[in-house]
Design a protein around this ligand. Structure first.
Ligand SMILES: *[C@@H]1O[C@H](CO)[C@@H](O)[C@H](O)[C@H]1NC(C)=O
Length: 231
């Protein structure tokens, strides 16, 4: 009897303690919040006109966290080519890329057409993540690469120095990509007119053959019919 009373009392004590213990938890959180945990900086390495993370860190009221970068004494890692948007009618393309995890001083684009020498674009400052290519030929196929550079050198371009990167040299998520400009609508109209003209010429020659040449050379059945009429 005494034992079971004791047990009940213990149980009651336990349950009454549980709700009392709960308010303690938020209190301890409040104490931790006086030292806010570091948060990642609002830095997106693929965002156009993105200010360097180190500058965001300096500008903010609280130091935020930046991704780790490779050493400034080494050339940057290659940027990652992103979406390439071709505007066929205007012969231009907008190329997007993402910054490497390296200090970058400037970027530029390289453009190859077929097996020609690469054309180097204008230097772009380190906040750039997109650039426009102009003067692309309708129906042309190109290779485009993004190069990053800092004081120590420039990022690696696969297959640079001649023909541009080919097939296996062009890994997904690398600095290079292929870009095809569709033939312009005008070219398609010309092609359609060409096919139409060819078809018209074919039908004409078929008719000419049917009405003139067949009569002259004689069709066996017609000749027979004419001979029968003459009789
Ligand atoms: C980079 O170029 C952009 C556009 O020309 C300009 O607004 C920005 O101030 C430049 N940034 C730096 C760090 O030079």
């Amino acid at each position: 009897m005494l034992g079971s009373t004791c047990l009940l009392w213990l149980l009651a004590l336990t349950f009454s303690l549980v709700p009392r213990a709960q308010p303690l938890a938020p209190q301890s959180f409040e104490e931790e919040e006086t030292v806010p945990p570091p948060v990642p900086c609002d830095y997106d390495r693929c965002r156009h006109l993105q200010v360097a993370c180190r500058e965001l860190q300096r500008a903010g009221p609280v130091a935020c966290l930046c991704p780790g970068l490779s050493s400034a004494a080494q050339p940057p890692d290659p940027p990652r080519l992103g979406e390439v948007h071709v505007v066929a009618e205007e012969g231009c393309a907008v190329v997007h890329w993402c910054a490497p995890f390296s200090p970058v001083h400037q970027y530029w684009l390289l453009l190859w057409e077929g097996r020609g020498a690469p054309q180097k674009g204008l230097p772009l400052n380190s906040t750039f993540r997109k650039a426009e290519l102009k003067g692309l030929k309708p129906g042309g196929t190109y290779v485009v690469c993004v190069v990053a550079a800092n004081e120590a050198g420039e990022s690696h371009v696969p297959g640079a120095g001649g023909e541009g990167p080919q097939g296996a040299d062009m890994p997904a998520f690398g600095p290079c990509g292929r870009l095809s400009v569709p033939p312009s609508p005008l070219t398609l109209v010309h092609a359609a007119v060409g096919v139409g003209t060819a078809l018209a010429l074919l039908s004409c020659s078929a008719l000419v053959w049917h009405f003139c040449l067949r009569d002259r050379w004689g069709c066996p059945r017609r000749a027979a019919a004419r001979a029968a009429g003459a009789l």
